[in-house]
Design a protein around this ligand. Sequence first.
Ligand code: 3UK
Length: 530
Amino acid sequence: MDAHTVKVTPDATANSADGAALHFATPFNAAVAFIDRHAGEGRAGKPAILTTAGAEVSYGQLAAEVNRYGNALKSLGIATGERVLMVVKDCPEFFFVFWGAIKAGFVPVPLNTLLTGKDYTYMIDDSAAAAIVWSPEYDDAVREALAQARHEPAHLLPQDRAAALAAQASDSLDPNPSAADDDCFWLYSSGSTGFPKGTIHRHRDMVVTSRQYGVDVLGVREDDICFSAAKLFFAYGLGNAMTFPLWVGATAVLAAERPAPQMTFDIFERFRPTLYFGVPTLYAAQLAAIDGGASCDMASVRWCVSAGEALPADIFRRWREKTGTTILDGIGSTEALHIFISNRPDMQKPGTSGLMVPGYAARIVGEDGAPLAAGEAGALQIRGVSTARAYWNQPEKTGSTMLDGGWLDTGDTYRIDEDSCFVYEGRSDDMMKVGGIWTSPVEIEACLIGHPKVLEAAIVGRADDAGLVKPEAWIIRAEGVSDDATALQEELHSHVKANLAPYKYPRWWKFVDALPKTATGKIQRFKLRS
Ligand code: 3UK
């Protein structure tokens, strides 16, 4: 077998609890399996990427650009294993930088492009990255972050500089001889304290998710056109619009625009995608737009997928009624890399996350860590070959999340119903998903308390009319502040909007005289929720 190849035995669809059917050669570099393989399989001329800006990148061009970018990074003198931060919008360069870094032996770290300079400062310092690449849209935030950071990346690469270096570089590059279980890339996962954790994934992980969920559950195939409203910097989008299509030689549609109903409808019409990946909030907004008279032609779409937060059964039903397509809800995580429990083309149970994805195992345990009796709700732990090796520089969090025996604590409470379907019962911490994106109450509270008119603040998740969770603020005014609720609410709203990522603002405000607390002074958010 050639170096860097991955051999997938025909029985990889069998319920091989630990993905044992996947065999990796040594050395193994993921860029060979996802990028280089296609020329030899006759796809050099086939489009790998189409963009709403009108670009088209063939598999042959993609492989050449990946080599150029890899060589460009190498020419800077970056050492093997060093991090390359990416604040890059959804565009072909995302692929070039990500795979170029991997092929050359560096570790790309795509960052959420919706964040603020302050968030990036933390990630620059935490990762001690050797380089940072960014799209022009994020110039202000990145430069502000660099000015505040203690660590200075040796190489600052605004996208045009990276492109200029790549243009001068050779289009051939020998893959770094890594192993399947070597570190490959990181994604930052939000923490309940507001500090994100660098989640370290290995070369094999993208192969495992593409195979076990992409191919074996969803049925991704070569003639697919994949469109993900969730961006590439999320593990969800990274699989949907990059690794799944690349694994089978399909085509990805990329849009740098903010996801919104009309933009997705335009893409359905213009690109005729066969697989569509959304999040519950967007499905709800799309339904509202359709109800408002917008036309949405989904005839090309074989399956819709939802993840990021639980899909309410009502949205599943209305979507099918209005568009004639079916949404497969599945739960994934940054730590697992992609979906590990899911509804399937041949089995959907609305209001549940569906069945175990073959290749993963699950157990539901009580507070003492012991497995619970059938049907009881408890902490969901999963095991599979795609789960992260560790959190960067966080031995304690690594130890409490990545458990002995390869089990991963998801932080979710689940039960298994009479049909073996997994039913989401909430988080075991105070974290919320807003529009499918992690939001920490602690972070919003800290921002509000930073306002002179606020004495104390508590944030809880509350479900809106569609059953989707959004932040609700409970505020105690500072001493002597008598502003009326409407004016104060507007002032605090602007304060949050100016300081935090745009999706984190409270949708409802309550002004109170006291907040429920424990004996040790910890706010009891569960009391505010009920
Ligand atoms: C929650 C869900 C109920 C759950 C993700 C698909 O969301 C992804 O990753 P994150 O790290 O968040 C993980 C957490 O989000 N969640 C996700 N999907 C569902 N809850 N039903 C669902 N269908 O709390 C989980 O622990 O941002 C999703 C693929 C890759 C991903 N990273």
